[in-house]
Design a protein. Structure first.
Length: 392
């Protein structure tokens, strides 16, 4: 008897993921088609990667068009897809320089190096981050996180880093001083339970930045590229970071990350000081350009419309199941529910109804659907959600 893919995976691959019991065959739009014939509504979106959904025609066209020319040359060459994407990012964001990476963690590592270089020239060394944050799995990223599951037994971590309480202006005031080189933060935390920065906290950051002159680094890896209804989540807060890290949705399904910065920061890196073999891969940049063009051609407006519809439906669910749903959290299409019980229970009930979601931060059901979802998709999800809550 031949082994199933589930058996073969368990025998061959590091067991670091708690996978859903689904063997994917293909995916299209907001649907994943399993090898056993099951069809699933996808409200996970590749963990916020598939911004245009699965197999979007613009993504396929861009990837195929570039593959016909070349796939990889290295960063020794001038490449039109890189330059066009960088110009588009500059135009949308207003930042002056772009560095392309492969992933969010790699973007964070580059941003940490910029913070150290900035600190060296300004006699500062400490980098401050916040509880609940998630910045990646590399050592620099782990050094600015407080999550024991990801860190226990893996130290020591980078010196000169500090993790303090998120949304606590008093603790912020007590920890920022002349030695603060940078503050790095998510304006809406993904793994941190969809916590959103509050007004008092942002005001404290702005005031302290004016006083001490540190860099502000925005982690927009999950929240960027239009997911919250603005191109960047910090756009909701009236603040302008010095450095922005991106990945996930910017590539539309291919590995692509970026660091955006002002000239005064970007120019600290001289030739040879930082680099990457695959960062800015031509095919990934071509699909990234397709994502940005879709966002500019009405998709951002669509995100705001459908997210308002989804938010209204989620609040109706909260009212109907107030003993189980305590709060609707998040912004735009980075949203979810605070539950009175472990979110894996609800995730599994939804999975029985062929709906894929994410169980995060203990009792948070996180929703990261493709930005192309429509009201019909939302209605289907809400029907399944109501049935699942009733069954628990």
């Amino acid at each position: 008897m031949s082994k199933t893919i589930f058996d073969r995976e368990s025998e061959s691959i590091f067991q670091t993921y708690k996978r859903l019991h689904i063997s994917a065959d293909r995916a299209e739009g907001c649907r994943i088609f399993a090898s056993d014939g099951g069809v699933y509504l996808d409200f996970l979106g590749g963990i916020a990667v598939n911004s245009l959904g699965h197999s979007h025609p613009a993504i396929i066209k861009a990837a195929k068009g570039q593959i016909d020319k070349y796939m990889h040359l290295s960063n020794f060459f001038y490449q039109e897809p890189q330059v066009r994407l960088a110009e588009k990012l500059k135009g949308i964001s207003g930042y002056e320089r772009v560095f392309f990476s492969n992933s969010g963690a790699e973007s964070i590592e580059g941003a940490i190096k910029l913070a150290r270089l900035w600190g060296r020239t300004h006699n500062k060394s400490e980098i401050i981050a916040f509880t609940g944050g998630f910045h990646g799995r590399t050592y620099g990223a782990l050094s600015i996180m407080d999550k024991p599951l990801f860190k226990d037994g893996m130290g020591p971590f980078l010196p000169g880093t500090k993790v303090i309480k998120y949304n606590d202006a008093d603790e912020l005031n007590a920890n920022v001083d002349e030695n603060t080189s940078a503050i790095i933060m998510e304006f809406i935390q993904g793994e941190g339970g969809l916590a959103v920065a509050d007004e008092k906290f942002i005001e404290a950051i702005i005031r302290l930045k004016e006083e001490y002159g540190f860099l502000l680094i925005a982690d927009e890896i999950q929240s960027g590229a239009g997911r919250t209804g603005r191109f960047f989540a910090f756009g909701h807060f009236g603040i302008r970071p010095d450095v922005v890290t991106m990945a996930k949705g910017i590539g539309g399904g291919l590995p692509l990350g970026a660091i955006l910065a002002t000239d005064k920061v970007a120019n600290l890196l001289e030739p040879g000081m930082h680099g990457t073999t695959y960062g800015g891969n031509a095919v990934a940049c071509a699909t990234g350009l397709a994502v940005l063009e879709e966002l500019e051609n009405g998709l951002m407006d669509h995100v705001n419309e459908v997210s308002a519809y989804l938010n209204g439906k989620l609040n109706e669910i909260k009212n109907d199941h107030s003993d189980k749903v305590l709060e609707v959290r998040g912004m735009g299409l980075m949203t979810g529910l605070l539950l009175s019980f472990d979110s894996t229970i609800l995730r599994d009930e939804l999975l029985k109804r062929k709906i894929i979601t994410n169980a995060g931060a203990g009792n948070i059901l996180r929703l990261l659907p493709p930005l192309i979802i429509n009201n019909s998709d939302i209605d289907e999800f809400i029907d399944g959600l109501g049935e699942s809550l009733a069954a628990i």
